[in-house]
Design a protein around this ligand. Structure first.
Ligand SMILES: Nc1ncnc2c1ncn2[C@@H]1O[C@H](COP(=O)(O)OP(=O)(O)OP(=O)(O)O)[C@@H](O)[C@H]1O
Length: 798
């Protein structure tokens, strides 16, 4: 049982934790006795905390009348005033959704208060001096916010590099934290860890740069009770030895007994803020949960309650016009250079001090917590703090100190930027989807396009009805001239059967020859003066079109005309005429641009190349920012001091190489495998295509910045890509669309670049031609405008 000797030693030894932990192991304490002992010794304590006491520690975090809402109609925080002294653990407790995380985000400078002020180390968060966000703080968010495809070591390396910690130190700390937090081997991927292990890694990377301020949002979720205690002890070590200030939220209310001060939050207000032991004592409760319940009940009884803690150090319960001050104290116990001192910092003068003003934080912990007492038997009483960088400060009371070089406030910090690039590379390498997206899909698309699209059709089934049944007939001569590679002829006895075959989808189009075609054809041309309607009818070849398959119809018609030309030359010769006698007076001369035989593919290819690379790059870009935002990496990164410029540039620069490869592959396939032709320089074709791939990436990144979800971002890509393609003239000349649409189509980011590529590939024009240059300027302009808009949006709404 607890004895006066122990209590005196408690005072004399200035709250030696090791000593009391040892006592806890032996279960020597009894709370009631201990508390009576305090009362019995109040004179001693008052004297001890008397005028000779040094000044209290300065506050690390001070908030005054802080209010915040996401929607004006739903206030989240109301008049919050808290005071977190330096070098102490402060626990924020409260029900789910009461506003704890919101408050932490405001302390981190990520949300701006609607009213009230926040001071962190006496300054406003977000200012360069305190490096918050930056290396001045370690933030463990509630979400995991780890790259699941990274190994443990890679995770440490990434965050270590962000904070500018030397590689050697990163390695040492990786080793230390793996041992300390019972993590598996350093090469294990995060995705292969249990939920609790993942959270421990998240905690470790928060601690590793030894910031002066730690903000931990539910760090012990999914962590077993032994390890929880170990973590709490470790945090105390950090506070004691490095002067780190810790602000922590937890749903394990009882573990908050280990903190120096707790703040109970409910529906956006602070119900009470005090030392946990003192709250237990004051409300005569055995657990903090009960204290919370008491406070909630009290609040229910006094609906207008408004509790102000922090700077004025007094709890006020407002009930209408009346104010009932609840006495409150804060006595800070300093531990510096191994010499512990206690001080009183109540709002009143030292003469006003009462037993309630006694600082209870240094009462041996877990007095009422049997579980923890039991656990204490299982864990070492003290834990070593991690190996500290040789140049690391002994104390972090100066908020500028932290182990890493610290993050600069520059828009582009070399260390952070290279860490981000390395991260992008690792994620790319580990993610087969991105490799497939970047390299395989464009190849498949180009292959499919070249194999299936706009090729001259072959074996079009055509029905032939030839009523002339002798082999030497002119109708047979005509049929022989038909290109039978393109047309597959099916012979029918009568027109009805032939039309039936069209109706049954066996053939497309019907060609008929009358019974006396040869005789009447000769008569028509040899005796033109005797021509009658009957002669014309009997010498006419009929084509019954099926235009539902427009390509087949146009192609069949073209083949019939070609056959007619050849047929007339042969017949003319056989009749003794000049072979050109029956020739068309319209002659096709040498082709100026393009190939001699008309190929629709030739027209479509430039647009196809741009559509493929632009669309895929846009898709890739659309994954970038949004994925990181929803996995919590962005928030964590911003708190670590990453700048929006660095994030944007790291994605843009990183993707230069995959985009380059993608464009080279697409062009190689188009020109070397599928034998497309370019009259212009391939270098200019490459340049134009690469710029458009880049533009697609920027568009995708911009969508990723502005969209609220990954699905929305993907939808944006699909929704915008289709109209862009249709109105760009890729598939059909814009001259065929209404004038207004034509004008609008000029604002389509694909239109002018596709035209430029068209001119380069089909006409052989160079970039020096204004028509080609316009496309290039248009592509670059859209790219820069989108990039700048995306950046501004990112800055404003990050
Ligand atoms: N981005 C947001 N937009 C709108 N409302 C939000 C947003 N983030 C949080 N809220 C709302 O603000 C309130 C406080 O949320 P907060 O995350 O701060 O709660 P919490 O106390 O941390 O909860 P928990 O313990 O469950 O994490 C909740 O009602 C929540 O729905």
């Amino acid at each position: 049982m607890f004895s006066p000797k122990y209590y005196n030693r408690y005072l004399d030894d200035h709250f030696d934790r090791q000593y009391y932990s040892a006592r806890l192991k032996l279960k020597k304490f009894d709370t009631d006795e201990f508390q009576s002992m305090i009362i019995a010794n109040q004179q001693h304590l008052l004297a001890f905390a008397g005028p000779q006491a040094p000044e209290p520690r300065p506050p690390c975090i001070e908030t005054r009348n802080l209010s915040f809402h996401y929607k004006a109609s739903q206030p989240v925080l109301k008049n919050i005033s808290i005071n977190v002294p330096q070098g102490r653990i402060y626990a924020l407790l409260g029900s789910s959704g009461c506003g704890k995380t919101t408050l932490l985000r405001m302390i981190l400078g990520m949300l701006k208060p609607k009213t009230g002020t926040i001071r962190v180390f006496g300054m406003q968060p977000g200012t360069a001096e305190i490096k918050i966000p930056g290396s001045g703080v370690g933030y463990m968010p509630q979400d995991l916010a780890l790259f699941r495809l990274f190994s443990i070591a890679e995770t440490f390396e990434y965050y270590g590099r962000l904070y500018g910690i030397p590689m050697e130190t990163i390695k040492e700390r990786t080793k230390y934290y793996i041992e300390f937090l019972n993590l598996p081997g350093k090469n294990r991927l995060i995705t292969q860890l249990s939920g609790g292990q993942q959270r421990r890694v998240s905690l470790a990377v928060t601690l590793m740069h030894e910031p002066p301020l730690l903000i931990l949002d539910e760090p012990t979720v999914g962590v077993d009770s032994v390890l929880r205690l170990k973590i709490w002890n470790y945090l105390e070590e950090l506070c004691g030895k490095l002067g780190t200030t810790v602000i922590i939220t937890t749903h394990y209310t009882e573990e908050a007994r280990n903190s120096y001060r707790v703040g109970f939050v409910d529906s956006g207000i602070i119900l009470a803020e005090d030392n946990p032991q003192r709250l237990l004592f004051k409300y005569n409760c055995r657990s903090l949960e009960d204290v919370f319940l008491e406070l909630c009940l009290e609040r229910a009884r006094l609906p207008e309650i408004s509790v102000h803690n922090g700077n004025n150090q007094s709890t006020q319960v407002n009930t209408g016009n009346q104010q009932h001050p609840i006495p409150q104290v804060q006595i800070i116990v300093e531990e510096s250079d191994g010499n512990r001192q206690e001080s009183s910092s109540s709002s009143s003068s030292s003469s006003d001090r009462s037993i309630e003003q006694i600082e209870m934080s240094q009462i041996p912990k877990d007095l009422n917590n049997n579980d923890n007492n039991n656990n204490n038997n299982m864990v070492p009483a003290t834990l070593p703090i991690p190996p500290i960088h040789p140049n690391a400060p002994q104390s972090q009371m100066d908020n500028k100190n932290s182990t890493g070089k610290g993050t600069s406030q520059a828009w582009l910090d070399y260390g952070r930027f290279t860490a981000l690039l390395a991260k992008n590379y690792l994620l790319y390498r580990r993610n087969p989807v991105s490799i497939i997206l970047m390299n395989v899909i464009p190849l498949v698309q180009v292959t499919l396009f070249c194999v299936t699209f706009a090729r001259n059709p072959e074996n079009i089934p055509v029905a032939i009805v030839n009523f002339e049944n002798h082999s030497l007939s002119l109708s047979n001569l005509f049929i022989d001239q038909l290109d039978q590679k393109s047309l597959l002829l099916h012979y029918y006895d009568n027109v009805d059967n032939a039309i039936g075959s069209v109706q049954n989808l066996q053939t497309y189009n019907v060609i008929t020859f009358p019974s006396n075609f040869s005789r009447f054809f000769r008569q028509r041309f040899l005796k033109p003066e005797q021509i009658t309607d009957e002669i014309v009818r009997q010498s006419t070849i009929s084509l019954f079109p099926d235009t539902t398959q427009a390509v087949f119809y146009l192609y069949t018609y073209q083949k019939v005309l070609e056959a007619l030309e050849k047929f007339l030359v042969i017949v003319g010769k056989s009749m003794g005429f000049n072979p050109n006698f029956f020739g068309s007076p319209v002659v096709l001369t040498e082709t100026m641009y393009g190939q001699n035989n008309l190929q629709y593919l030739e027209f479509v290819t430039p647009g196809m190349i741009i559509a493929v690379v632009h669309g895929l790059s846009m898709l890739i870009g659309s994954f970038t920012i949004i994925r990181e935002r929803f996995d919590g990496h962005l928030e964590r990164g911003f708190v670590a001091g990453i700048r929006t410029t660095e994030i944007l540039l790291s994605h843009i620069i990183f993707y230069l190489v995959p985009l380059f490869t993608q464009v080279v592959l697409v062009l190689f396939l188009t020109f070397y495998i599928f034998d497309s032709q370019s009259k212009g320089s391939l270098w200019e074709v490459f340049l134009m295509t690469f710029i458009m791939a880049f533009q697609g990436l920027i568009f995708g990144i911009a969508m990723s910045i502005t969209c609220q979800s990954q699905v929305a971002s993907l939808l944006m890509v699909f929704i915008s890509e289709m109209p862009m393609i249709f109105t760009s003239g890729v598939l059909w000349p814009l001259e065929s669309v209404p004038p207004l649409v034509q004008t609008l189509a000029m604002f389509n980011p694909l239109t002018l670049p596709i035209r430029s590529l068209h001119y380069i590939m089909l006409r052989g024009w160079t970039l020096m031609r204004p028509e080609v240059m316009f496309g290039m300027i248009s592509a670059l302009s859209y790219m820069f405008i989108t990039l700048i808009s995306g950046f501004v949006w990112f800055e404003l709404f990050k």
